[in-house]
Ligand binder design. Structure first.
Ligand code: GLN
Length: 477
């Protein structure tokens, strides 16, 4: 049995049946990290003590013959934007380089309460701002499928560690595509839940009305298991929804025959790479062969999504990041004489170029005299985008699109052109703006063997439906 290739159920039952131990499992993953991560760069901090304590607890349960919880002994990685008690949490930023949080993010606490073994914290773009992981203040992440290419971002470490067998599953965050796009670049499954489905308590904020936590896994079933574990109301996050959490795993095998799948013409237009288009079209045909009915739909405001996203996201970021002032958290400049010097120098030294760019953009968009022209306008566009989806979902059960217009690009290829990087978010930002769920699943590869992802979008709280379609696709011959 190769311990590094297990799914959640396989790992848990191997520990339960004492074919291996949770301790041996964690050790196998740490050995893999030690041998392979130097060339990938997925992990920023390892939490060995915490992991081993949990593994020992799970082994003791198994030894007594007690039933393990759903993730009993399963090694997981956590994106560094989620705070972990006693374990350094930097959000990929120098400003939080020395930050040891005093509490746990709810999603992490729920995974651990379900028996998961937290291996460590995963690399990401600074404050989750980026699409290539090249904005990490620490180091870039290399795509395990081709080390000369980016893993996507901002959850690049999360996608890479799952693809490279350095964790069974990982948590990521998605504000404009940061779970789905790296999942597609690395050939794994990534889910953006409905806004409010998973608590954001303990998620270091980028843009609060757009931020979501979700899983990256090797299989759709593993995504369903993780979502079932982390979803649901949390009194510590007032935007988490009271909506009951269905058993996503039990729903997976319900038939998809007769389901109506919408194909939006706006998502298959200019800028889409030919190989990606072919793979997604072949994916759609496969869904048709499973008995799904395919219908063309229109989401007419799609072309305004990227500009609206980069106004709303930067505006909220400029406000959220004001808290990093060198007083309450993290880096404080040594080179100061006055109070305002301390704020200025601490922020100047602590933040990277992309974060500064966004703070300035967002501050501008919110400033008196420009607020109506930019921020208010973007919010109106956001409403129109949400309405596009509402209209579409009157006639279809799910919408299939490419996840990203291209497969993984080369490291360094787009770093000097932020606008080109922003424009590539076209297929993912719409779901975050509308608050609907989406999943990216592998649907083929380019001639150069780079993974291609297909995105399935659903109605608010319609995760069970998109998981079911994704599972049918994944398991069909
Ligand atoms: N690529 C997008 C951005 O740079 C999305 C990031 C995210 O989802 N966190 O803002």
């Amino acid at each position: 049995m190769n311990l590094n290739l297990l799914t959640i159920d396989a790992a848990r039952s191997a520990v339960q049946e004492r074919k291996t131990s949770a301790t041996a499992l964690a050790e196998a993953y740490y050995a893999k990290i030690e041998s392979d991560d130097p060339k990938i760069g997925a992990y920023l901090t390892l939490s060995m003590e915490r992991a081993m304590a949990k593994a020992i607890e799970m082994d003791a349960l198994a030894a007594k013959g007690e039933k393990l919880p759903p993730l009993g002994g399963v090694p997981v990685g956590i994106k560094d934007v989620m705070v972990t008690k006693g374990v350094r949490s930097t959000a990929g930023s120098k400003v939080l380089g020395n930050y040891i949080p005093p509490y746990d993010c709810t999603a992490v606490a729920r995974l651990e309460a379900a028996g998961a073994v937290v291996l460590g914290k995963l690399n990401c773009d600074e404050f989750a701002m980026g699409s290539s992981n090249e904005n990490s203040a620490w180091k870039p992440v290399h795509n395990p499928r081709d080390l000369s290419r980016v893993p996507g971002g901002s959850s690049g470490g999360s996608a890479a560690c799952v693809a490279a067998d350095m964790a069974v599953v990982a948590l990521g965050s998605d504000t404009g595509g940061s779970i789905r796009q790296p999942a597609s670049f690395c050939g794994v499954v990534g889910l953006l839940p409905t806004y409010g489905r998973v608590s954001r308590y303990g998620l270091i904020a980028f843009a609060s009305s757009l931020d979501h936590i979700g899983p990256l896994t090797k299989t759709v079933k593993d995504t369903a298991i993780v979502l079932r574990t982390i979803a649901g109301r949390d009194p510590m996050d007032s935007t988490s929804a009271e909506v009951p959490v269905p058993d996503y795993v039990a729903e997976l095998d319900k038939p998809v025959r007769g389901m109506k799948i919408g194909i939006a013409k706006e998502y298959l237009s200019e800028g889409l790479d030919g190989e990606v288009r072919n793979a997604v079209e072949t994916g759609i045909q496969k869904l048709a062969s499973l008995g799904c009915e395919i219908a063309e739909i229109s989401l007419p405001h799609t072309k305004y999504a990227v500009p609206a996203y980069y106004i709303v996201a930067t505006a909220e970021a400029s406000s959220n990041l004001a808290r990093f002032d060198g007083v309450r958290y993290g880096h404080r400049s040594k080179d100061v004489r006055t109070l305002s010097d301390m704020y200025r120098h601490s922020r100047d030294e602590g933040f990277g170029a992309e974060v500064k760019r966004r703070i300035m953009l967002g501050t501008y968009a919110l400033s008196a005299g420009y607020y109506d022209a930019y921020y208010l306008k973007a919010q109106k566009v956001r409403t129109l985008l949400a309405r596009d989806f509402e209209e579409a979902f009157k006639n279809v059960d799910a919408i299939v699109t490419p996840t990203s217009p291209t497969a993984a690009f080369k490291l360094g290829e787009k770093v000097d052109d932020p606008l080109a990087m922003y424009l590539a978010d076209i297929y993912t930002v719409t779901a975050d703006l509308a608050g609907i769920p989406g999943i990216s699943i592998p649907c083929g590869a380019t001639k150069e063997k780079l993974p291609i992802g297909m995105q399935i979008l659903g109605k608010h709280f319609g995760e069970a439906t998109i998981l079911r379609v994704a599972h049918a696709y994944e398991t069909a011959a």
